[in-house]
Structure formats: structure tokens, C-alpha cells
Design a protein around this ligand. Structure first.
Ligand code: PEP
Ligand code: MN
Length: 338
């Protein structure tokens, strides 16, 4: 159930409605938008008498939510969520953010050189994996916390934010001081215990779509984080597995406008994993900007051919700089900036 308050509802009226909702045995999630406050009831809502809430002072209207995701649904925040970071960086606003960096953090030189060039090109996040979910146990598994320390130092030196993947609950605590945003990888989209635990933090979470997950499943996974009270969730389309073999994955561009309808959460596009091919990253990055992505995530490396992971899809830094210019032009054409 969603209770939409009138624009001029007072705090006392809002508190009174929350009390009646809590007495009815539901958990209440509140969102205060620019125009109105919305109260979402989560839990045993099936037997609730909607009329009872509709007549309370300050209430505009009450409706049942038919979608299985109550807090991720657009109705909870009709105006859209903007996730705010330090330095005024936002994801979900008019400006499109760019996150770039290597698949894996490999060395001090590699990450500092990348940070310098990402910043110069106009990026706002440095990405890089320290804990890597590799298909083979014999492949490079990442540098772990020492790698994150290097990335934090590089990001601080160039005034960038840090996004990095968390693979399990035990990594949350040690990662907290080093990251501005946790990434949950495609392979962990349905690691529900990890999602619940991230819901207990207030650190933004970039939740990647599983390679065989529907958008409804993606939103239900987001709901695990939101229901813990962490509303700083950013979704990410990174390609899905289809019958097509010409590309590593099939970048589902339509997921971008579709999620805009279904949810208030911002959507990031990752054309690097979405295509798996260096020559396809730029066209799909540009298509993602045109389709309404709120941020673009791109794998870049000073020596892309020699990257320890995902070399085939990693851009050289000069290719990234050229792409930034092209994406800027497209952003302007669709009424946004980058
Ligand atoms: C990554 O970002 O390097 C990564 C492992 O992504 P995904 O989970 O989308 O495969
Ligand atoms: Mn990668």
C-alpha cells in the first residue's frame, strides 16, 4: 500500500498516519519528495482496509501496489532518485556521470596513470576490482585490500570517487573506508544475504543485472537493499546472455528506458561487459547515452592489451578520451550534460 500525503500536509499529520500504519502491523518506509511525502507499507498488507487511511487528515490518496517490488517501484518516488556523492557528484540528475578504470587493480603505476587520465577526460569515478569473480579459479583473483588502498590513494590524488566490487559479507567492513560506492557483480545479483547486509549500510550500491536475470528479478534484488533502509541503489545494465555469439553478451539497451518506467532508481550502462569487444564499446556507450542512461561505466587501462582481466573489452586511454567527446555531444542532443 502507498499513502500519498497532500502537498501541505504537516509533520504532525504525517506522524499520525505513520502511527496508524504501524499499529496495523506493517513496516513503513517514508520518502520526502520535493512536492509531497509518500509512505509505503511493506509487510502484511493484504488485509489492510485502505479506506481507513484515505480519511486521515493530510492524506491525498491511498492505493494498493500490485508490483512485487514496493520500494523499487516508480510510485514510491515518482520524481526519481538522485544518489548524491561527495564533491557534488550525482547519479540520476541531468548530468550523466562517467565511471572508468581497469577491470582489475594491478599496480600503483597502472591505477595512478588511469586516474590521471580519467579525471582529465571528465570522469568522476575511478573503478577497479580488488576482489574479482573469475570464471576460472586459476585466473588472477585480484589484489584484495592492498589494491583498494592503491585505488583510494589514486582517486584522492585526482579528486575522483571510488567504485569497487564486494563479493561477500565479510568484505563489507574492510572495504568501507576505501570505497564511495559498492558494486555488486552480475554473478552476485541474487546473493540475497549480501544484499540484505548492504541494506544495513548507507553507502551507495551499484547493483549489476545478472547475466540471466529479468528486469523484475533485478528490481526484486534492489528491493532487498531498499528494505533495509538503504535507498542509495543504482542499477546497472551490463549485457545478458542470449543465443548470439558475435559478442560476449547482448547489451540490452531497451532495459534503460524500460527501467525508467518501472522504477525511480537510476540506471547505469556498462557497454564493456555488455559487448566484451573493444571495437563495440564506443557505439554501445553512445547508444546508452541516447537511450537515457544516468551514468556510463567503462573499462580502461594504460596498456589495455596486457590487462590482467577483460583485456579484449578494455579501451586504451586515448580511445576513452575520444569517446568522452562523442558522448558529450550525444548528451547535449538529448537535453543532458556529461
Ligand atoms: C566487472 O565490473 O569487472 C565485473 C566483473 O562485472 P560483471 O559483474 O558485470 O561481470
Ligand atoms: Mn571486468
Amino acid at each position: 500500500m502507498i499513502v500519498a500525503m497532500q502537498e501541505n500536509a504537516t509533520e504532525e499529520q504525517i506522524d499520525a498516519v505513520i502511527s496508524v500504519m504501524v499499529e496495523s502491523g506493517v513496516e513503513v518506509h517514508r520518502t520526502t519528495g520535493e512536492v509531497q511525502t509518500i509512505l509505503a507499507a511493506v509487510g502484511a498488507t493484504a488485509g489492510l482496509d485502505l479506506a481507513k487511511f484515505g480519511s486521515l487528515p493530510g492524506v491525498l490518496n491511498v492505493h494498493r501496489i500490485s508490483s512485487p517490488y514496493k520500494l523499487a517501484g516508480r510510485g514510491f518516488r515518482p520524481e526519481g532518485t538522485v544518489v548524491e556523492f561527495r564533491n557534488g557528484v550525482k547519479i540520476g540528475g541531468k548530468q550523466i556521470a562517467v565511471m572508468a578504470g581497469p577491470c582489475s587493480i594491478e599496480s600503483r603505476d597502472q591505477i595512478f596513470e588511469t586516474a590521471k587520465r580519467v579525471k582529465a577526460a571528465g570522469g568522476s569515478f575511478l573503478r577497479g576490482g580488488a576482489f574479482k569473480p573469475r570464471s576460472s579459479p586459476y585466473s588472477f583473483q585480484g589484489m584484495g585490500i592492498p589494491g583498494l588502498e592503491l585505488m583510494r590513494a589514486a582517486a584522492d590524488a585526482y579528486d575522483l570517487l571510488v567504485v569497487s566490487e564486494v563479493m561477500e559479507i565479510s568484505q563489507i567492513e574492510p572495504m568501507l573506508p576505501h570505497v564511495d560506492c559498492f558494486q555488486v557483480g552480475a554473478r552476485n545479483m541474487q546473493n540475497f544475504n549480501l544484499l540484505r547486509e548492504l541494506g544495513q549500510t548507507r553507502k551507495p550500491v551499484l547493483l549489476k543485472r545478472g547475466m540471466a536475470a529479468t528486469l523484475e528479478e533485478l528490481l526484486l534484488s534492489a528491493e532487498y537493499i531498499l528494505s533495509g533502509g538503504n535507498y542509495n541503489v543504482i542499477l546497472c545494465e551490463r549485457g545478458i546472455r542470449t543465443f548470439e555469439t558475435a559478442t560476449r553478451n547482448t547489451m540490452d539497451i531497451s532495459a534503460i528506458p524500460v527501467t525508467k518506467k518501472l522504477t525511480h532508481l537510476p540506471m547505469v550502462a556498462d557497454p564493456s561487459h555488455g559487448t566484451g569487444r573493444r571495437d563495440m564499446v564506443a557505439p554501445l556507450a553512445k547508444a546508452s547515452v541516447a537511450a537515457g542512461a544516468d551514468a556510463i561505466l567503462i573499462e580502461v587501462h594504460p596498456n589495455a592489451d596486457k590487462a590482467a582481466s577483460d583485456a579484449a573489452q578494455t579501451l586504451f586511454l586515448d580511445q576513452f578520451e575520444k569517446l568522452m567527446g562523442e558522448m558529450k555531444a550525444i548528451a547535449t542532443a538529448v537535453g543532458r550534460s556529461l
